[in-house]
Ligand binder design. Structure first.
Ligand SMILES: [Zn+2]
Length: 400
């Protein structure tokens, strides 16, 4: 009979161990699945990053193209600048030349006019007149030479006057054409300059856009990688617990100093996660700064060390400690499909492990100030899906 009892007890012990192993294995495979999901997410993000990089090389080509256009316009502008300078110098020279020619022309014209007056006054207009009025042949010859010399000088004078007049015309035409070219060059330079600034702006926009996309995707990858590290740690913990026959799992809760209000249940089936004297919400869905908090905080004076209760029955899907952010935290999946999260608990106060089944009002942890916390409080979240901040909803809609 005694043997039989021992045998039955032995079988019960084996069954309990097996069941525990199955539960832990199930939660481990759940974690593995989440890890694989995250790996897929990382791959997606990496693909996206590659797309961006390809896009980048496309954009880079465009930028290079813009750069060469920019330098083309820049050298056009430089050329136009030196052309404008030399045209200005030419114009100045033409103006001087014109002035000189004009002065010479005026002088010679005056001289020619004086000569004509002299010849008219002397009356020596023809050779016959000259011959008749010469007192002697010597006189005539002397007069003749004088006259022909004068005539020759006059011809030269008239020639040079005509030449100067032509030069003035040429200088004027050159000046006009230089001025016109100058105007054209200035217009071209203005067009090139505005095209240049448009191209520069276009280039800046594309470079900035590219950097934003890359930054965003890199951040996404970093976040998922970080989350996977935590999951890895949780898997290791779960496996260690399986190897130790689930040691510590489902340990009985210590006597709470306050008790759960099991009689005060909301329409969602939730009770408050803290004893009745500490149910005042000290920070709502938004911080006083207006930033999104995504949770409510219970931070009344004296709350340090008070018990934290599961707001409804469910399964623990995470019970761990993060150095930053949540500190000691627990996520419970409830039968209505919602998830609740309890954070900043005291070190060593977590009494449930991943995979544990909890009942409503069961103590799961004590209020503390671990992780990113400035004082003892319970940070309480309700989520519609376990992962991701975007699935957080206002807890007050679910509390009594
Ligand atoms: Zn909080």
């Amino acid at each position: 009979m005694k043997n039989r009892i021992l045998k039955i007890l032995g079988i019960i012990v084996v069954i309990v161990i097996l069941l525990q192993t199955v539960v832990m294995a199930a939660s481990t495979s759940e974690l593995e699945k989440r890890k694989n999901d995250n790996k897929e997410k990382i791959n997606d993000a990496k693909e996206e990053l590659n797309d961006v990089k390809e896009q980048k090389s496309g954009v880079q080509e465009e930028i290079n193209d813009l750069d060469s256009q920019i330098s083309d316009y820049q050298s056009q502008i430089n050329e136009l600048d030196s052309k404008i300078n030399s045209l200005n110098a030419q114009i100045e020279e033409s103006e001087k030349k014109l002035e000189t020619a004009q002065t010479e022309y005026e002088n010679n014209k005056e001289l020619a006019e004086e000569r004509l007056v002299v010849m008219q006054e002397s009356g020596d207009t023809t050779y016959l007149d000259m011959l008749l009025t010469s007192s002697s042949i010597t006189d005539f010859i002397s007069n003749y030479y004088l006259a022909s010399e004068l005539a020759e000088a006059d011809t030269e004078l008239l020639d040079s006057i005509e030449k100067e007049r032509q030069e003035i015309e040429n200088a004027k035409a050159e000046l006009e054409s230089n001025k016109k070219e100058l105007d054209n060059s200035k217009t071209s330079k203005q067009a090139a300059s505005s095209k240049l600034s448009v191209l520069r702006e276009e280039k800046n926009t594309q470079v900035a856009q590219l950097t934003e996309d890359e930054k965003a995707i890199q951040k996404q990858i970093d976040e998922i990688t970080e989350a996977n590290k935590e999951i890895d740690q949780q898997i290791k913990q779960a496996e260690a617990q399986i190897n130790n026959n689930g040691g510590g799992s489902g340990a009985p809760a210590g006597a709470p100093s306050g008790s759960a209000n099991l009689g005060n249940v909301s329409s969602s089936g939730f009770i408050y996660p803290v004893p009745s004297s500490y149910q005042k919400i000290t920070t709502g869905l938004y911080y006083s700064s207006g930033a999104y908090h995504g949770a409510v905080d219970f931070g009344s004076g004296g709350i340090n060390g008070q018990p934290i209760f599961a707001v409804a029955a469910g399964t623990v899907i995470i019970s761990t400690r993060l150095n930053g952010s949540y500190g000691n935290y627990i996520i419970i999946k409830h039968d209505n499909g919602l998830y609740t999260l309890y954070a900043h608990g005291q070190d060593g106060s977590r009494t449930v492990s991943t995979g544990d089944r909890v009942s409503q009002g069961q103590q799961i942890m004590r209020v503390g100030s671990t992780g990113n916390s400035t004082g003892p409080h319970l940070h309480f979240e309700v989520r519609t899906s376990p992962g991701g901040y975007s699935n957080r909803v206002d807890p007050r809609r679910y509390l009594p």
